[in-house]
Design a protein around this ligand. Structure first.
Ligand code: FES
Ligand SMILES: [Fe+2]
Length: 365
């Protein structure tokens, strides 16, 4: 009880657990989320499920098992678990199935080309709380996507993405623009959402964007508008247009950045670039994959990981960092997160595997 915050990880929210095409029938997919091993399953009818990736018998990893119809059979002693996580198949003659032979299930929703998983109290898992990423599946758009592992607490990556002033310095060959530092910046808070909007007129095109408008020489107006929804779901509306022209005369993209904590100090970073131009042109896909590899993997990841090393197990905002105007949006997001973490610390959420009686699955009956 009490409101002591012991973790930075929120449980009662939706996270991206996987891209839809990472999970196929017969190919269970394992991912650690909030320090819990999870296995994602797709059944023959196309539906999906998420179970604790620990067999309630002896903690063997279920993802190494075999899908047999609607069951996953454990690779160790062959017990089979149905969609509810209940052991319904016991190949060992003359032995009963204990009532707590149940693998925990997690609510999962397939939407926007992703599997969204709820790691907290399943009673609260309202699919309407999933933020809008319709751009992933809009028929007039093309999605290029991936997932990157970053060895840093998700809040450091939130801070990175909510303060895009860093791109001029950290991404000189891809996303940099000197116009960002002198442009306009507005931050708005609405409930659990923070908007960080930058308007950067009359500057040189960032290299990766300039390459998309090869026929244009001269200055561009550049926009970067980030929508952040707690705890770590982001959509960036970004692009360039010839200075003074409407946005429709230029090129832009809606780019999702969805962070799923793996542990306190590591994060699965799901990124998706969607565009409504040259939607059939795979060479544009490759250009964006290359830019992401260069910027996110080659530049952002080493930076946030270096921050994490410097911080150890301490939180940056406990260290009285020197903050500037550029930090306004990260500060707003941090404030929202702190409130949510306090509220969650006050509620008593069962941790670890729990069976239908609310008893730890490995508690002897
Ligand atoms: S550990 Fe899974 S069946 Fe024994
Ligand atoms: Fe970056």
């Amino acid at each position: 009880m009490g409101g002591v915050i012991k973790t930075s990880l929120l449980r009662n929210c939706w996270y991206v657990g996987a891209w839809s095409d990472e999970v196929a029938f017969g190919r269970p997919m394992a991912r650690t989320i909030l320090a819990e091993p999870v296995v994602f399953l797709r059944y023959e009818d196309g539906s999906v499920n998420a179970l604790a990736d620990r067999c309630p018998h002896r903690y063997a990893p279920l993802h190494q098992g075999r899908q047999v119809g609607d069951q996953i059979h454990c690779p160790y002693h062959g017990l089979g678990f149905d969609r509810t996580g209940t052991c319904v198949h016991n190949p060992h003659a003359g032995t009963r199935i204990p009532s707590h032979a149940v693998a925990r299930t997690f609510p999962v929703v397939e939407r926007y080309a992703a599997l969204w998983v709820w790691m907290g109290d399943g009673e609260l898992a309202d699919p309407d709380l999933i933020p809008d990423f319709q751009c992933h599946v809009a028929p007039d758009r093309r999605l290029v996507k991936g997932v990157v592992s970053m060895g840093a607490n998700y809040r450091l990556i939130n801070d990175n993405l909510l303060d895009l002033s860093h791109v001029e310095f950290l991404h000189p060959t891809t996303l940099a623009s000197e116009a960002i530092a002198r442009g306009e910046h507005a931050v708005h808070v609405d409930g659990l959402t923070v908007r960080s909007d930058r308007w950067c007129p009359d500057g040189a095109a960032p290299p990766a964007w300039g390459a998309q408008m090869p026929d244009h020489e001269g200055p561009v107006d550049h926009w970067l508008e980030m929508r952040w929804t707690a705890p770590s779901m982001m959509l960036l509306d970004v692009g360039i247009t010839p200075t003074g022209q409407p946005r429709s005369a230029g090129v832009g993209a809606l780019v999702s950045h969805n962070l799923t904590p793996e542990t306190e100090t590591s994060t699965h970073y799901f990124w998706g670039v969607t565009r409504d131009w040259k939607t059939e042109d795979e060479t544009v896909d490759r250009i964006w994959e290359g830019a992401i590899e260069m910027a996110f993997v080659g530049e952002d990841a080493p930076m946030v990981m270096a921050q994490q090393v410097a911080l150890g197990d301490q939180d940056l905002y406990d260290m009285r960092p020197a903050l500037f105007e550029i930090d306004l949006a990260p500060n707003r997001a941090r404030t929202i997160l702190k409130k949510l973490l306090k509220a969650e610390a006050r509620s008593e959420i069962p941790e670890g595997p729990v069976d239908e009686n609310g008893v730890g699955a490995l508690t002897a009956s």
